[in-house]
Write a protein that binds this ligand. Structure first.
Ligand code: GLA
Length: 717
C-alpha cells in the first residue's frame, strides 16, 4: 500500500515501511526503511543540519539521509549520479518536482525486472510510486520508481534520467538506488569468488571514512563478484539481527558502493558500474537504469534469503517454469567432453532412463567443426559426422526412450577459426587498430549491432526448430575485453536481453538454463529469462558445499543447478562418496554429469535410489524455505535444511567434511518446523518436533572424510 500525506510518501509491504518526505528546501529525504509503521502523519520531523562549515542556501545535506543524492553542492559525499556540465564540472542538485502513484509494478524498457503478477496467479497488490526530481541548471530530470508488494518485505527501485535541456547531457554514472542507514556498527556481507569457486561469502566491518566498491567490471555480472550485498548490524547472524540487502537485476558490470561517512552513517548505492560507463543524452532523451531490489529482515541473513527466494520464484523467474518441478537430467559434458558419437549419447541416455532420469542434455561439440574448444563457435549447424541423423533424428531417439532432449549453445561467441568469423571478422568486439584478446580461443560477438543480434536469433531459432528440443543450456565462457567505447558494456547487456527475450518468447515451452563458464552470470537479470543457472563448473561435493551455501544467501535453491559428477573430481581431483555428492546436490536442481554406462552395479543401484529420492523431494526444494544451519566457512561441518512453508515436510543435509575424533560432533537444530508435531522419516522412525527444534539431532556420520547424512521428514497427521 502507498499513501501520500503532505509530501510524505509511505510504502507498506508485509511487515515493512519505507518512508520518504520532501524537506522544506525541496530535497527528497529518506525517513525510514525497516519495521512497519502506522499509516499516519509522523511525529518525528526530518530536520536539515545547519552546523556544517558550508551551507549553500542556508542548509546542508551533508548529514541528512536522502533518496537520490546529488554531488557537489549541498552534499560532498558520493552522489547517486554524475552529469558532466558545460565546462566539465559535475555539480548538481536535484529538487522535488512531482509525485504520482500507479497500481502495478514498474517496468523498465529493454530490461528485466520484477513481474507484476505472481506465477501462482495470486494478486500481491503491487503498487508503484514515481517521484520526479529535477535540476534545471544541469538540464536533467530523474524519475525514481519504487514498487512495493503487499505480500513482500522488499522495495524494487529504479530510475530514469531525462535530458530536459536543449543540448546534449553527458551522464557519467547512474546508480539505481541509494540506501541510507543510521550510524551504527555494521558489517557488509558480500559474495566474491572466482571460476570454480563462485559466491564465497565474506564479511567485514565498515568503519568511519571507509569506502568499499563491491563491483565487477569483467563484462558479465561475473564469477568475481555477485551483485548482491547485505548490510547487517553488528552481531547479526543467520537467524538474528537486523539486515538490509540490495540485489541488482542486471547482468553487466555492476557496483554497490558502500561509504561510511565521518559521522558513521552508511550510504549504500547500487547500479551500473560507473567505470567505463557513459551515456550521452540528446535533448528529450532518457536513460533507464536497471532495477535494484532492497530487502529488510529482522531475522538475519536467513530472513533475507527466504524473502528473496519467494520473491524471485513468484515475481522474477519465467512464470511457466518457476514453480514447476524440473526434470532430472543427465548431461554428457564430463562423460565425453567433445569426443562423442550419436550412439554413445543414446547409450548414456538409455542407462540414465533406466535409472529414472527424465532429460538428456547434449553439451558442447555438436556443431560446426567443434571437436575442441578452439573452433566452430558461431557456426550453428549440426556436424553430421558425429550426429548422422541430425538434431531431429537424435531427439527422436531420445524421446523414444521416454526422455526429453536438450542441448548446449553459446550464442554470444565466435571462434576466430569458424565460418562465421571468416565471413564477418568485424562482428567480433574489438578496438580498432588492436588485435582483440582471445579467451578460451574465442571472441565475443558485438551484439550491440542489430545485424549480429538478428544472425544469432535466426540461427538459434533454426537450431531449436530442428528437433523436439525441450531444454537449452545457454553458456557464455569468457570475460569481456576490448570494450570499444564508454557505455559499451551496458549496450551489450541490452543486446543480450533483447536476444534472450526473443528466443525465450519464441520457445516458451523450452526450459532454459543459464551458464557462464559455470556460475559467471548468476544474477537476478538472467533469472528473469532462465529459471535455473549452472552454479559452478566445480562439481566436487566439498567445494559445492561452499558454493551452494553462498549462492543460497541471495538466490532460491530452486535456481541453483547442481549435478553429481564422477570421481576423482575433474576440477580438483577430490574423491568423495557417491552418496555425499548426491546429498549435496539434492538442495538444488538435481542432475548427473558422468558416464553412467561405466558405473558398477552398486553405484548404478545407488543412483536409482538417489533419482527416486530427488523426485520425491524436488517439490520441497522448489517451494520450501531454506535454512543454513552450519556454515562450511566457519567449521568442519555444513548443514542446511529445506522446510515446506507449512512445516509439514523437511529435508536436512549435514556434512562432516574431515573425519575427526578429537571433538564431539555438533548437534543440528531444525528450524521452520512445528514443535508440537511428531515427524517420521522415510523408514518410519518417529521424532518429536520440539526435540528436533530445541535439542537437535546428532547426525550419524560414517567414519570417513566427506561423510554426509540426509533426513527426509514428514509430519504425522
Ligand atoms: C562451460 C560450462 C560447462 C560446459 C563447457 C562446454 O565451461 O560451464 O558446463 O558446458 O562450457 O564447453
Amino acid at each position: 500500500m502507498i499513501t501520500i500525506n503532505n509530501k510524505t510518501i509511505h510504502l507498506q509491504g508485509r511487515d515493512i515501511s519505507y518512508v520518504m518526505t520532501v524537506g522544506e528546501h525541496g530535497d527528497l529525504l529518506h525517513y525510514h526503511f525497516g519495521k512497519k509503521l502506522g499509516d499516519r502523519e509522523f511525529s518525528v520531523p526530518m530536520s536539515y543540519n545547519v552546523w556544517s562549515a558550508y551551507a549553500p542556501e542556508g542548509y546542508t545535506l551533508e548529514n541528512v539521509p536522502q533518496e537520490y543524492p546529488s554531488y557537489g553542492y549541498a552534499d560532498l559525499r558520493p552522489g547517486a549520479y554524475t552529469v558532466e556540465n558545460t565546462g566539465g564540472n559535475e555539480v548538481s542538485q536535484l529538487k522535488f518536482k512531482s509525485v504520482r502513484t500507479e497500481r502495478g509494478a514498474a517496468e523498465i524498457k529493454g530490461m528485466p525486472c520484477l513481474r507484476e503478477s505472481s506465477c501462482t496467479g495470486e494478486d500481491h497488490g503491487a503498487e508503484t510510486v514515481y517521484v520526479t526530481l529535477a535540476d534545471e541548471a544541469a538540464g536533467i530530470e530523474a524519475e525514481l520508481a519504487y514498487t512495493v508488494f503487499d505480500r513482500f518485505n522488499i522495495i524494487a527501485r529504479s530510475v530514469v534520467i531525462k535530458n530536459i535541456s536543449d543540448k546534449p547531457v553527458v551522464l557519467k554514472s547512474v546508480y539505481s538506488a541509494c540506501l541510507e542507514l543510521d550510524a551504527n556498527e555494521r558489517d557488509i556481507i558480500y559474495l566474491p569468488g572466482s571460476w570454480a569457486g563462485e559466491r564465497q561469502p565474506e564479511r567485514c566491518r565498515v568503519h568511519r571514512g571507509m569506502k568499499l566498491d563491491i563491483s565487477n567490471e569483467r563484462g558479465g555480472s561475473g564469477h568475481n563478484m555477485n551483485p548482491f550485498v547485505i548490510a547487517a548490524e553488528k552481531g547479526a547472524d543467520e537467524e538474528h539481527g537486523e539486515a538490509f540487502s540490495m540485489s541488482l537485476v542486471y547482468s553487466g558490470n555492476h557496483s554497490t558502493l558502500v561509504s561510511c561517512a565521518s559521522d558513521c552513517t552508511l550510504r549504500l548505492m547500487q547500479g551500473i558500474n560507473p567505470r567505463g560507463f557513459e551515456s550521452v543524452l540528446e535533448p528529450g532523451e532518457s536513460f533507464a537504469a536497471p532495477q535494484s531490489i532492497i530487502c529488510y529482515s529482522q531475522n538475519g541473513f536467513g530472513g533475507i534469503s527466504r524473502e528473496l527466494s519467494r520473491l524471485y520464484r513468484e515475481h522474477l523467474c519465467p512464470p511457466q517454469y518457476s514453480m514447476k518441478e524440473r526434470p532430472i537430467l543427465i548431461n554428457n559434458w564430463e562423460a565425453t567432453y567433445f569426443d562423442f558419437t550419436e550412439d554413445k549419447l543414446v547409450e548414456i541416455a538409455e542407462k540414465a532412463k533406466e535409472a529414472g532420469m527424465e532429460l538428456f542434455v547434449m553439451d558442447d561439440g555438436w556443431f560446426g567443426a567443434r571437436n575442441n574448444d578452439d573452433k566452430g563457435l558461431g557456426d550453428w549447424t549440426v556436424t553430421r559426422k558425429k550426429l548422422p541423423s541430425g538434431l531431429k533424428g537424435l531427439s527422436e531417439r531420445i524421446n523414444k526412450l521416454g526422455m526429453k532432449f536438450g542441448l548446449w549453445i553459446e550464442p554470444e561467441m565466435v571462434n576466430p577459426d569458424s565460418e562465421l568469423y571468416r565471413a564477418h571478422p568485424d562482428w567480433a568486439i574489438h578496438v580498432s587498430g588492436r588485435k582483440p584478446a582471445e579467451s578460451r580461443q574465442q571472441l565475443i560477438l558485438d551484439i550491440t549491432k542489430p545485424e549480429v543480434r538478428e544472425y544469432i536469433i535466426e540461427s538459434i531459432k533454426k537450431v531449436l526448430s530442428e528437433g523436439n528440443i525441450e531444454y537449452v543450456k545457454w553458456d557464455m565462457n569468457r570475460p569481456m575485453t576490448d570494450m570499444p567505447y564508454p557505455g559499451y558494456n551496458h549496450r551489450y547487456t541490452l543486446g543480450l536481453y533483447e536476444i534472450a527475450d526473443a528466443l525465450t518468447k519464441a520457445f516458451p515451452n523450452i526450459l532454459f538454463e543459464g551458464c557462464a563458464g559455470g556460475g559467471g552470470r548468476f544474477d537476478p537479470g538472467m533469472l528473469y529469462y532462465y529459471p535455473q543457472i549452472w552454479a559452478s563448473d566445480n562439481s566436487d561435493a566439498v567445494a559445492r558445499l561452499k558454493i551452494q551455501y553462498g549462492t543460497s544467501m541471495g538466490y532460491p535453491v530452486s535456481a541453483i543447478s547442481a549435478h553429481v559428477t564422477a570421481v576423482p573430481n575433474h576440477q580438483n581431483g577430490r574423491v568423495t562418496p557417491l552418496k555425499t555428492r548426491a546429498d549435496v546436490a539434492f538442495a538444488g536442481v538435481f542432475g548427473y554429469e558422468l558416464d553412467i554406462t561405466k558405473m558398477d552395479d552398486e553405484g548404478f543401484e545407488m543412483i536409482k535410489r538417489q533419482v527416486e529420492f530427488a523426485k520425491r523431494t524436488r517439490k520441497l526444494m522448489l517451494e520450501g524455505d531454506f535454512y543454513r544451519l552450519q556454515s562450511p566457512f566457519e567449521s568442519n561441518y555444513c548443514a542446511w535444511e529445506a522446510a515446506s512453508q507449512d512445516g509439514r515436510e523437511v529435508f536436512l543435509m549435514c556434512c562432516k567434511i574431515l573425519s575427526d575424533n578429537g571433538i564431539a560432533d555438533r548437534r543440528v537444530r531444525l528450524l521452520g518446523i512445528d514443535e508440537g508435531a511428531v515427524y517420521k522419516d522415510d523408514e518410519g522412525k518417529l521424532y518429536y518436533g520440539d526435540e528436533l527444534a530445541n535439542r537437535g539431532i546428532m547426525p550419524e556420520y560414517e567414519k570417513r572424510d566427506f561423510a554426509a547424512v540426509i533426513m527426509h521428514l514428514t509430519k504425522c497427521e
